[in-house]
Design a protein around this ligand. Structure first.
Ligand code: ZN
Length: 343
């Protein structure tokens, strides 16, 4: 097996304009019914093809079949009203119309398993599939039933575990839970956040991962980041807890961020997916810049635990820029691998 530094995307890629309006979160679908299902499948093939051509090693579906990384999952559950939405403030930053929990939440059928099976057929190499984490789910809806963030998180953790086990059985090699909320609600992360995440990943035969970032490159997040000061030390609250958890891999934001790299030393024993691609700028990184970020990470984490990754999802980027960023990511990891004599 190749010893080269592995690469992956954190989750989403832009959708083709014939599937959904480009460069927009929650973009409505352009088609309906059978035509929409066919278009989603076609878009997934293109997303996989872009990654394979770039030389990315762990392949994702680019989240082409979902409108949003959290609400699409929630909309498949019973106990949730997704017609009469309510406006909530997401992670204390921006308002969004979200589904409302009106009864006990239950997963009555698989959500993404057919997509996972389709992805499995598109490449023989390792594949990753993303799910929202319990805390980020409760932060992206209105709860009119449980009236307790913790209780609802445990309910979602059980549901996520059912889904994750089916994804692993469908041949997924890494199930990743997206928990940007871990960078905001530190007391809850300590009290029940990591525990509910572990519950979601319980019994998995494949690797488990968690993605914690500073959000998409949208205006509200860029403003929030400007107020975080010279050094971003949010990960300091979370990494020691994750180091002691059952989660195998941690995906984080590094390129153009003010996160001090030494914080990743706290993730001893875990695979660290180092964000080497900025999703908030259309400027395409050079392979040298990608290699630089990964090289800095090497000071604190053994090379066998380093993976090159994107800071966050690329859904809001223009497609040609995203494709170029994938190429830079793979080329940068290869550049450093050669320099280190890995083959
Ligand atoms: Zn992210």
């Amino acid at each position: 097996m190749s010893q080269r530094i592995k690469t992956a995307i954190s989750g989403s890629l832009p959708k083709p304009a014939w599937l959904a309006e480009p460069e927009k979160l929650w973009a409505p679908w352009q088609l309906q019914g059978e035509a929409l299902e066919q278009a989603k499948a076609d878009a997934m093939r293109l997303a996989v093809d872009d990654q394979l051509r770039a030389g990315i090693t762990v392949i994702g579906d680019g989240e082409q079949t979902r409108q949003h990384f959290v609400t699409t999952f929630i909309e498949h559950l019973s106990g949730v009203d997704f017609v009469n939405r309510k406006t909530v403030r997401i992670r204390n930053r921006y308002d969004a119309d979200v589904p409302v929990v009106i009864d006990k939440v239950v997963r009555t059928k698989s959500v993404f398993v057919e997509d996972a099976k389709r992805l499995r057929k598109l490449t023989k190499g390792p594949i990753k599939f993303t799910l929202p984490g319990p805390m980020t789910m409760i932060d992206t809806l209105f709860d009119d039933y449980y009236k307790s963030r913790e209780k609802l998180a445990w309910a979602f953790a059980e549901i996520l575990n059912q889904e994750a086990l089916e994804l692993a059985a469908a041949g997924i090699d890494v199930v990743q839970f997206d928990e940007p909320a871990f960078n905001v609600f530190f007391d809850e992360v300590r009290d029940w956040g990591v525990k509910t995440l572990e519950r979601a990943a319980q019994g998995l035969s494949c690797k488990s991962a968690v993605h914690i970032c500073y959000g998409y490159g949208i205006e509200a997040n860029i403003k929030w980041k400007q107020g975080l000061g010279e050094e971003w030390r949010q990960y300091e609250h979370v990494f020691p807890l994750l180091a002691n958890s059952t989660i195998d891999q941690v995906s984080l934001e590094c390129q153009n961020s003010r996160v001090p790299m030494e914080l990743i030393a706290m993730l001893k024993g875990k695979d660290v997916m180092v964000g080497a691609i900025d999703v908030a700028t259309s400027t395409v990184e050079t392979p040298e810049q990608v290699a630089d970020v990964l090289r800095r990470a090497l000071k604190y984490v053994d090379v066998k635990h380093i993976h090159g990754c994107t800071n966050c999802g690329l859904v809001t980027m223009p497609r040609d820029i995203a494709a170029a960023k994938l190429q830079a990511l793979a080329a940068g990891a290869d550049l450093l691998s050669k320099e280190l004599g890995l083959d």
